[in-house]
Design a protein around this ligand. Structure first.
Ligand SMILES: C[S@@+](CC[C@H](N)C(=O)[O-])C[C@H]1O[C@@H](n2cnc3c(N)ncnc32)[C@H](O)[C@@H]1O
Length: 213
């Protein structure tokens, strides 16, 4: 569901930094070659994530859910040379696009791909991220949060995508809808967690912005 009317989004895009050529190509290719091109962050959200990365001074960024590399490259384009992005991806088909796009972007020295299940990779990261972009399996958002919140430094940030889930979080989920249930549990838990401050920003499909106190 689009929460923002098309004309308003077009106006916002027209008054934001333009999308780079490579990101335009990645978006176009995702529409032709993948079944779920809607998963891509897009220019507004990509610019927003990069903006937060820059003003927070993040040096180690963890992205859970790389897909074809759009958001990782969007953030790399906006951040300084000493900012490193680790992106986690499980799907072999998407990994092929991810590897190719990152190579082609010229950011392979700053974007490291971790192949496999993020649920297993996150506990063994070996570094403390300053900023986490949570954008993978919705039913496991709360697990990722619990894996990360204790290790983050004070001031560490988590930005979780799709927390409005096209508005489905407002209603009682169907029995088998584990994604809506997972997102509701995540939003409820974060809202009641005294270790953090949080704000749910209704950009695109909803971003939960979380800062560890
Ligand atoms: C919404 S897409 C990410 C979009 C990307 N951040 C962007 O804006 O271009 C979610 C991705 O998470 C991946 N994913 C889902 N479950 C995962 C898991 N357990 N571990 C690693 N990646 C996973 C999916 O294969 C998919 O590519």
């Amino acid at each position: 569901m689009d929460f923002i009317p098309k004309e308003i989004e077009a106006y916002a895009l027209a008054h934001s930094d333009a999308e780079s050529k490579i990101l335009q190509e990645i978006e176009r290719e995702a529409h032709i070659k993948t079944l779920m091109p809607r998963m891509i962050s897009g220019n507004l959200q990509g610019k927003f994530l990069g903006f937060i990365a820059v003003i927070s001074g993040a040096k180690n960024i963890l992205e859970i859910g790389g897909f074809t590399g759009y958001s990782a490259i969007a953030v790399a384009e906006q951040t300084p040379e000493d900012c490193f992005i680790h992106t986690l991806e499980i799907n072999p088909e998407y990994l092929t696009h991810l590897r190719k796009n990152i190579e082609h972007s010229g950011f392979s020295h700053r974007i490291k791909i971790h192949e496999g299940d993020a649920l297993e990779i996150v506990p063994k990261l070996g570094f403390v991220p300053d900023l986490v972009f949570l954008d993978a399996d919705k039913e496991n958002y709360l697990t990722y949060y619990q894996q990360l919140i204790d290790i983050l430094h004070p001031g560490g940030l988590i930005i979780a995508d799709n927390v409005l889930w096209s508005g489905k979080v407002l209603s009682e989920p169907q029995n088998k809808d584990k994604e809506t249930k997972g997102l509701q549990a995540f939003n409820h838990f974060v809202q009641n967690d005294s270790r953090v401050t949080n704000v749910l920003v209704p950009i695109r499909d909803g971003l939960m912005m979380i800062r560890k106190k």
